[in-house]
Structures are given as C-alpha cells and as structure tokens.
Ligand binder design. Structure first.
Ligand SMILES: Nc1ncnc2c1ncn2[C@@H]1O[C@H](COP(=O)(O)OP(=O)(O)OP(=O)(O)O)[C@@H](O)[C@H]1O
Length: 259
C-alpha cells in the first residue's frame, strides 16, 4: 500500500450561509515529508483536513486521492491510506486504551477476523512510540487531555497508513511532549513514501520541523512554500495581524510577538 500517494484539490469551495469557508483553486499534497497548515482561527484549516480525510465533501470542485474522489473510497480502503486525528478527539466510554489503539488495526483485519500476532505487535509498538504503553490498561475516559491526544496518535500509528492527517495534535501537550511529538512526526515523514499533514498554531514548531508550510487566510491559500521562504515573507505579520520579530539563537530562528 505504501506506493506514492497524492492529494489533488481543484476548484474546491465549501460555503455556508453564502460565505466561503474554503476556496482553493489548486493544491497538490503528495505523501512526502512534513507539511504544516497554519492560519488564524477560522481560516479554514480544519475544513481542509475534513475534506482530505473524507469527513466532508466540497460543495464544488474535486478532492482526489490517487486520482479518485476521497469520498468515493470505502472506509477500509481509505483507512489503509490515510489516518486522521480530528481537532475534537472523541472520548469513548467503556474502552481501555489498548482496546482503542487496537481499533487502528480495523482496516487490515476487519471486525471479526482473528488477531494475528502481527496486529498485536503493531499495537504494542504504537503504544511505545506514542509514549503511552504505561496507560494501556486505563479507561480512555479516565486519562488526561494530553494523554488522550497521545493515545489517539498511537491508534493512528497502529493503523499504519502512509499519510497522517493531524488537526492540532499538540494542542493539549506540555512543552516536552510537543517536541517529542514533532520528532515522532519528523520520523514518520522521513519514511519512504510517507507523509504527515498537520495543522499547528505554533509558528516556531512549524518553522523548525516542517518541510513545507501552507498558510490559509480567510479560506484561501495565502502562502505555500518552505519555512525559510515564510520567514522571509515581507507580510508575515499579516498572517496573524500582530507585529512579529524574528530572533536568531544557536543558528535557529524564533518568532516572537511584539506586544
Ligand atoms: N458547519 C458550519 N457552519 C457554518 N460555518 C462553519 C461551520 N463549520 C465551520 N464554520 C466556519 O468556517 C470557518 C472555518 O472553520 P475551521 O474550523 O475550518 O477553521 P480553523 O482554521 O480550523 O480554525 P481554528 O484555528 O479556530 O480551529 C470558521 O469561520 C467557522 O466558524
């Protein structure tokens, strides 16, 4: 399954009450490297990820994965290609953490098939990778918000899809876990024919780890390029409407808000 995957968006529009939430003429997103989606609140980032994950169909235009409309895939075939973490993570009751992570294997084994040892080793490895093996026997609705975010990531890793779509995967994580997450995403993105597309609010994490940054403004693509190109953008401050200053420390740029 790990052949080259690519999203292609053409003339995509999503509108509600006569207002365009997303309006994208062309966008190509191959399963390669780490792409970060940035943008102000309400700029359309989650809407874009919902389109890519097949959770939503555009009102106009096409969202194609390997040349086929994302919404035309049967769920299991889509899940073998794309794993999605929504912004609001569900909190299922009566499930243990390990059982939730096991659900990530659904696409490969089906509901009723017997467990293969391979499935269990994927689950164990995913729990380790996400740093939540110690929570395996805990109830999903009795762990913290940051733990739940990492458990959900473990489920996605167990799914073994070449493309990870993550909507603000670090929003509940402490500083140390944010960096652990970014290093893990970096490793995933560096695997052959794999890619990660993540919505982030932290401009500095994006600049440090991304290969490519797509920035949205009021539903349109405002910028698409490398972190260094974004840093050099003369209108960078306009992205968030706040004055910014770029500092350099140990050879790395850091953007701070001037307030
Ligand atoms: N079902 C809906 N009906 C009407 N408007 C909606 C609906 N869902 C989202 N919107 C609006 O669409 C716009 C884009 O929403 P979206 O969730 O994609 O933004 P976002 O960039 O992810 O924002 P945030 O950073 O706050 O999570 C927002 O202005 C939001 O209020």
């Amino acid at each position: 399954m790990k052949n080259s995957l690519s999203f292609h968006l053409a003339n995509v529009n999503v509108s509600r009450q006569g207002r365009a939430l997303l309006d994208i003429a062309q966008l190509q997103l191959p399963a390669a490297g780490l792409t970060v989606i940035l943008g102000h609140n309400g700029s359309g980032k989650s809407t874009l990820l919902k389109l890519l994950s097949g959770q939503m169909a555009p009102d106009r235009g096409e969202v194609l994965l390997q040349g086929k409309s994302v919404t035309h895939y049967i769920p299991r075939e889509l899940a073998k290609r794309v794993a999605y973490m929504p912004q609001q993570i569900p909190q299922p009751a009566l499930l243990l953490v390990r059982e939730l992570v096991e659900l990530g294997r659904f696409a490969w084994r089906g509901w009723l098939a017997r467990w293969q040892s391979d499935d269990q080793s994927w689950v164990s490895r995913a729990l380790q990778q996400a740093g939540v093996a110690h929570l395996a026997g805990h109830a999903v609705d009795e762990i913290s918000g940051g733990e739940r975010q990492r458990v959900w990531l473990a489920m996605l890793l167990a799914q073994n899809a070449p493309l990870l779509l993550l909507d603000e995967p670090s929003s509940a994580l402490d500083l140390a876990h944010q960096y652990q997450l970014m290093q893990l995403l970096r490793q995933q993105a560096d695997l052959p024919d794999c890619g990660v597309i993540a919505v982030l609010h932290d401009l500095n994490l994006a600049l440090q780890y991304a290969d490519r940054i797509v920035a949205l403004q009021r539903g349109r693509i405002w910028f698409d390029g490398s972190p260094s190109q974004l840093l050099a953008h003369p209108e960078l401050a306009a992205l968030y409407g706040i004055e910014l200053e770029v500092l350099h420390r140990a050879g790395k740029p850091a953007v701070v808000a001037v307030v």
